[in-house]
Design a protein. Structure first.
Length: 366
């Protein structure tokens, strides 16, 4: 009986030992599996980030891998995973494959992009030209379309709108700068403006009309068209620009030739007709086509070339043949201007010839 009790005790002890031993082994195996799964995910994510970073030429820290299902078990891979893009048209899905086992998984990836930018350091009004100390560099956690990213990009630009401290500098804020002329003192109507009364300032081109884009040459010596206050940005409507123009000294009759004796160069303030003459060379061999009072502006539309040969006048015709030159008196059958063809008649033979008018009463044979 005692032997049976001892035998039963040994069996029970052995069973308990076996049972506890199996449970501990299974638990140890399960823990190791969990540990392997966690490590496998870390390894996979790290290798994915490295591959994408090298492929896209970005920092590894900027590559984000979409989290996988926590229940997913990632097996250990003896060598590094092999990576490729799942779709030729997209870089957002990566295929990771273990070369030894053929096990593979598809992972979503994205590039966390940062962007350099500029922001304003103070409130600035429309039209003011920007300087380097008006902005400062900042880093954004994502790019924004239309940002100005470099201080050198604002050189020579003015603001097209009002901005406030902290606003990001955008391309549509900027306008090419143009130089305008501003009065440094008040000027009365009729007063001549000289260069000492104006100063040049820069302004945004989008805020400046064409009439205010004047050069110092246009303003210097002009008369004020009205009373103008200090600080006025000058426009063409504010000025009577000075011109040196040709005028009639005395009244000219229709058909009368213009000469230096009956014309003069004088100053004129105001808007000129586009065909106003400004020098004597333009009146050579010209005559008036209408009566012009004394002091009139001489315009090209008032003139016509003078007939240097008149119908019925005698004309000396010169004909050159090699070294031989022959002159003969002919009769003009029509009027002709300088370098214009004219029909001439030989009174003795009755022969008609074509020639070119070369001067008063003179023609050259063709």
């Amino acid at each position: 009986m005692l032997k049976l009790i001892r035998l039963f005790a040994m069996v029970i002890s052995t069973c308990f030992a076996t049972s506890f031993g199996s449970s501990a082994a299974e638990l140890e195996q399960t823990d190791e599996g969990l540990l392997n799964s966690v490590d496998g995910k870390h390894i996979l994510v790290s290798q994915t980030q490295r591959w994408v970073a090298e492929n896209r030429q970005v920092e590894k820290s900027l590559v984000e891998v979409a989290p996988s299902d926590r229940r997913l078990m990632i097996p250990r891979c003896a060598s590094a995973f092999a990576f490729s893009y799942a779709f030729a048209s997209s870089h957002k899905t990566i295929r990771a494959k273990c070369p030894e086992t053929g096990w593979q998984i598809f992972l979503g990836v994205s590039i966390h992009e940062t962007a350099n930018a500029l922001r304003y350091t103070r409130n600035i009004n429309t039209g003011q030209q920007l300087a380097a100390d008006d902005v400062e560099s900042v880093s954004l956690d994502r790019p924004i379309a239309g940002l100005v990213t470099d201080v050198s990009d604002i050189n020579g630009y003015s603001l097209a709108l009002d901005v406030r401290t902290g606003d990001l500098v955008m391309q549509h804020h900027l306008s090419v700068s143009v130089e305008v002329l501003q009065l440094t003192r008040s000027v009365l109507a009729g007063e001549i403006i000289d260069s000492r009364a104006v100063g040049a300032i820069s302004a945004a081109a989008t805020t400046i009309p064409e009439s205010q884009r004047l050069s110092l040459r246009e303003v210097n010596g002009a008369k004020a068209a009205r009373d103008l206050a200090q600080g006025t940005i000058l426009s063409s409507q504010d000025l009577k620009t000075r011109h040196l123009v040709l005028t009639t000294q005395s009244g000219l009759n229709r058909g009368q030739p213009l000469t230096r004796a009956n014309t003069a160069l004088k100053e004129f303030y105001g808007k000129l007709p586009s065909d106003t003459l400004t020098d004597y060379s333009s009146i050579d061999q010209m005559q008036a086509i209408r009566n012009l009072p004394a002091g009139s502006l001489v315009r090209l539309s008032d003139l016509t070339p003078v007939n240097i040969i008149r119908k019925g006048e005698n004309v000396q015709l010169t004909v050159i043949a090699g070294s031989l030159e022959i002159s003969i008196m002919m009769l003009a059958l029509e009027n002709a201007r300088l370098d214009q063809r004219v029909l001439l008649l030989n009174p003795e033979s009755g022969e008609k010839v074509q020639a070119v008018a070369i001067g008063p009463g003179q023609a050259r044979g063709l």
